[in-house]
Design a protein around this ligand. Sequence first.
Ligand code: UDX
Ligand code: UDX
Length: 462
Amino acid sequence: MSSTQEFKKKILCIGAGYVGGPTMAMIAHKCPQYKVTVVDINQTRIAQWNSENLPIFEPGLDEIVRSSRGRNLFFSTDIENNIRDSEIIFVSVNTPTKTFGAGAGMAADLQYWEKTAREILNCANSPKIIVEKSTLPVKTALAMERILTSNDNREQFEVLSNPEFLAEGTAVKDLEHPDRVLIGSHETESGLKAREELVDIYANWVPRERIITSNIWSSELSKLVANAFLAQRISSINSISVLCEKTEADINEVARSVGMDSRIGNRFLNASVGFGGSCFKKDILNLVYLCNHYGLNKVADYWESVIAINDYQKERFVINMLNAMFNTLAGKKICLFGFAFKANTGDTRESPAVFITKKLLEEKAQVVITDPKALGNARIELKGIDEKVWYEENPYKAATGCDAISVMTEWEIYRGLDFKRIFESMVKPAFIFDGRNILDHKKLFEIGFNVYPIGKPALTHF
Ligand code: UDX
Ligand code: UDX
């Protein structure tokens, strides 16, 4: 399939981010009969997608990009021509929380969305299926349609909602074996027809029974609700971790017992320093805004409390450090093991480590950050405030001369480190605050550390 004409269909994705890039790479990989192009306004990002060093780190992503790039997967900055040329257009531009005006700090900022809709309208000269891939407030499809039909060309566009459920760090696996693919459409003849076209694409590798369809509003809402439920589980277990620290209960034992109830299930019950990532907080705030908009203040409060517990968990982590280290951190050197918001990604958006670093700096501590993939993003997050921050990829070097280690990210490599060697290189008394409960606490205590897990009694030598 060398020339463009031979492709069965031309698919475009606007937005080459964490969602657009991997999703399109998987479609191209699984469907060589389709031409898949990803465009972005960010030239540097597109250049990276076309290089050996992809702009995001995801296990397995390099391989699938390499297998299709130049064959049926293309990355480009030519948005106009590609809009004109494609039959199906995915929109995966970012929708951050608004920082200004009405709904600031709550509602989604839809300016990129609207700009993209207008761009499609201005460039398109044939019918297209537009697929919402970004997470959006419910009824965004309606707004999109209003823009797309503002030129009296109603029949040209059919808007579908196809939210992405991939998690970072496991994106390739999630895309290859999704729990479900959800496609929302209008329940009109043309809506159902467009929906079938999208079903056909996914059916190239996803079992039919896992491809579910719904009306467009249910689809949009399902995405917000799925993320809200996941975040709620973490806040639930984290809220119990505080109680465990006050009693003699152990959060791992509680989580295990609770999770073995098959109605509850055992996943997403790891107590932690708090959840991060670009989605959970943003999507819950979106849900809260939506509820308030409809006057459902009690429902809004309920979901907002999920964020309140998450903030509390991060705050109390620093307070615990302060209390344990004799009520002063000034001048002390704290080493953060991990800065990414979770393991296997270099992404630091909303990472608890960002909050913790800022608080430690307020306490006049010095912070040494180590992370296998996220040091670049850490530097960007802390730009302008990192006079007392050091970045070091090697965890042994990072911990040398420090008073304490705080585990921020559950990177597998931290479990296998030689903590005896680390202990010897640190200032005494040496402390470990395990914000992910991934280390062998008893062993660390025997080496000589004072150990503070989440949701379990501390092991100290005092
Ligand atoms: C995801 C979700 O899809 C989205 O709902 C959420 O708001 C953020 O997380 P993600 O792919 O992670 O999006 O976002 P990001 O990595 O920021 O990528 C968005 C891309 O869109 C960027 O590369 C940006 O340059 C591009 N973009 C943005 C455009 O191409 N055009 C625009 O007008 C705006
Ligand atoms: C999430 C959703 O899982 C995904 O379906 C959606 O498409 C995007 O948002 P992501 O943010 O990439 O994905 O990562 P996720 O694995 O959900 O973790 C989110 C945060 O919760 C991380 O900071 C993680 O460390 C934390 N977490 C997760 C816990 O603290 N405890 C857990 O048990 C699980």
